[in-house]
Design a protein around this ligand. Structure first.
Ligand SMILES: [Cu+2]
Length: 216
């Protein structure tokens, strides 16, 4: 190499640009390879490359005994190999990357916007007056009820506990069920009366209150 060219162009410009470009090309190609091959293979490749880099470093450490040309060839061969593999990998495209799967949610666990499955441990008589509750509303409640002794049933499709309390009967708690549960209870009602029912769980009455009339 011409001495003048080496001092004015090669050492200050071409060498650094070449080294930086080579590193960038190496990193890019390697990333393509890593994305294309299976995970376990990527680990093996990474180990091999680490070994290769250590090998080159060891050679550099013994540089006085190793001709610069041999070192250049060793680095060049490694670079060409990785870049070549990178080109192949790019042609293949990345492997299917599947996101880590979260553990299946426990079927028993329900989130706020899901309704609990009501289990029917308690049998509801056919003639029962049904109240269906969620958090915090009655989605079903009677408007008229027969007089005399009647059976109330609460079907709690919410998560919180809900009940049906009748104000005119000394705030009698007729039925109460935890989330996903059912409860049945009897109550005696006067003909022609209007009763106010509500849920007496603190804070619930605001949205869980209504009236029904007893047939007379
Ligand atoms: Cu309630």
């Amino acid at each position: 190499m011409n001495e003048d060219f080496r001092n004015r162009v090669f050492t200050p410009v071409l060498l650094p640009v070449g080294v930086i470009g080579g590193i960038a090309l190496f990193a890019f190609s390697l990333s393509r390879v890593m994305l294309a091959i299976p995970k376990t293979a990527a680990t093996v490749v990474a180990l091999l490359i680490a070994a290769y880099v250590l090998g080159v470093a060891a050679v550099v450490g013994r540089k006085p005994e190793v001709p610069g040309r041999a070192l250049g060839i060793a680095v060049g061969v490694g670079l060409v190999a990785v870049v070549g593999a990178g080109a192949v990998a790019m042609a293949m495209g990345p492997r299917e990357i599947t996101p880590p799967t979260l553990p299946e949610e426990d079927a028993e666990v329900v989130t706020d916007d899901e309704e609990a499955d009501v289990d029917d441990d308690v049998a509801i008589p056919d003639d029962a007056i049904e109240f269906v509750a969620i958090d915090n509303f009655y989605t079903e409640a009677p408007e008229t009820v027969p007089a005399g002794e009647v059976t109330f049933a609460i079907i709690n499709e919410g998560l919180a506990v809900h009940n049906v309390v009748i104000e005119e009967l000394g705030d009698l708690n007729v039925v109460e069920a935890d989330g996903g549960e059912v409860d049945v209870g009897d109550v005696t009602l006067e003909a022609g009366e209007t009763y106010t029912y509500y849920c007496d769980i603190p804070g619930h009455r605001e949205t869980m209150e209504g009236t029904f009339e007893v047939e007379g």
